[in-house]
Design a protein around this ligand. Structure first.
Ligand SMILES: [Zn+2]
Length: 303
C-alpha cells in the first residue's frame, strides 16, 4: 500500500419511510480513516479486527447482518470486541479514526404523505458523503500539514474504498470525489467500488467488513437508546436515572478511538472542532440527544 491515507466507507439501513414494513429506522454511513504510518497499516487493521472478533465474538471477521443474534444483542460481547480491537491497534501503533453519519428517519418524517417523506430521506442520505468528506478531508489536511507525516509528498492524498452499489450511487460518489478534489486541493484516488462477495481483492473486502460491522453496532446502540424497551422503556434513556442501558458503554468505547488523539481545528486560539466521530441528521433534532453526542462545533457549522 502506498503512502496515502485510506478512507473506507459502507452504508447500512435503507431509505424507505420508517413506518413501512421491514424498513429501517436509521440510515447510517460508517467509515474509517486509516492514517497510513507504514505500508502495512491496512493489514494490521484487518488482523486486529479479525483476532478481536475471534476472542470476543467467537467468529472470524463478519458482516453485521451475518453476526448472529447472541452477539448482536449482547452489549458485553460487543464492548469486549471494541476494547480488544483498539488495544491491538494501539499495540501496532496504528492510528485509525472511525466515524458515523446517522440519518434519523423518524425525525425527518412530516404529515404530508409518503412520497414527500421518501424524497426527504433520500436527500438526507445523499448529502451524507458531502458532510463526511468535508470532515474527513479537513482532518486529513490537518494531519498532513501539522503532523508532517508526508513532508516530501506534495498535496494531501486519500484513497477511497467503498462498497459496491447501484450505477446511480456510483456516479454520484465519483462526482463528489471530483468536486472535493477541486475545492479542497487534495487528491482522491478512487472511489474504488468493492463487492463484499469479491474474493480476489481479499484485504479490501475485509476492510469494508470492518466498517460494516462498526456501522451495525452504532445503529444498534442508537436504536436501543431511542427506544429502550430492554432496560427502562423510556424514549430518552440518558435522562432516565434508573436506566442501565449497557449499550451506552459500547458507545463510549467506540468514541475512545479519538480520545487520545489531538485532532482538532483551531481558529484564533479557540478549538472549533475536535474529532468525535459522529454526525447526526436532522441537525435540528440533535439537541434532543445532546448527552449522547456531546458538544461538537464542527457539526454546528454544517447545519
Ligand atoms: Zn433506557
Amino acid at each position: 500500500m502506498d503512502k496515502l491515507m485510506i478512507f473506507i466507507s459502507d452504508e447500512s439501513g435503507d431509505t424507505g419511510v420508517p413506518h413501512s414494513i421491514n424498513a429501517s429506522k436509521l440510515y447510517t454511513i460508517s467509515y474509517a480513516l486509516v492514517i497510513n504510518k507504514n505500508p502495512d497499516s491496512l493489514k494490521h487493521l484487518i488482523s486486529s479486527a479479525s483476532s478481536a472478533s475471534k476472542e470476543a465474538l467467537g467468529t472470524g471477521l463478519s458482516e453485521w447482518k451475518k453476526l448472529g443474534k447472541d452477539n448482536k444483542n449482547n452489549p458485553q460481547k460487543l464492548h469486549k470486541f471494541i476494547q480488544n480491537f483498539y488495544t491491538k491497534m494501539n499495540e501496532n501503533g496504528e492510528l485509525v479514526l472511525f466515524g458515523f453519519y446517522i440519518v434519523d428517519k423518524q425525525e425527518i418524517e412530516q404529515n404530508d404523505g409518503d412520497s414527500n417523506n421518501k424524497k426527504r430521506i433520500k436527500d438526507a442520505a445523499d448529502q451524507g458523503y458531502y458532510f463526511i468528506l468535508k470532515r474527513v478531508l479537513a482532518c486529513m489536511k490537518k494531519i498532513h500539514y501539522e503532523k508532517g507525516l508526508y513532508p516530501s509528498n506534495g498535496e494531501p492524498a486519500l484513497k477511497w474504498i467503498i462498497d459496491n452499489n447501484s450505477k446511480e450511487f456510483i456516479s454520484r460518489q465519483k462526482k463528489i470525489a471530483q468536486d472535493f478534489e477541486k475545492n479542497m486541493n487534495v487528491k482522491i484516488e478512487g472511489p474504488e467500488f468493492i463487492s463484499k462477495k469479491e474474493k480476489h481483492s481479499h484485504y479490501k473486502v475485509n476492510a469494508i467488513k470492518i466498517v460494516d460491522l462498526l456501522g451495525g453496532i452504532a445503529s444498534k446502540i442508537f436504536e436501543s437508546y431511542a427506544i429502550c424497551n430492554t432496560y427502562c422503556n423510556s424514549l430518552d434513556c440518558f435522562r432516565e436515572a434508573n436506566c442501565d442501558n449497557k449499550m451506552f458503554k459500547v458507545w463510549e468505547e467506540i468514541l475512545k478511538c479519538a480520545m487520545n488523539q489531538q485532532i482538532y481545528l483551531e481558529e484564533k486560539d479557540n478549538i472549533i472542532w475536535r474529532w468525535k466521530g459522529i454526525q447526526y441528521y436532522p441537525a435540528l433534532s440533535r439537541s434532543k440527544h445532546d448527552r449522547f453526542f456531546t458538544e461538537d462545533g464542527f457539526f454546528s457549522t454544517l447545519s
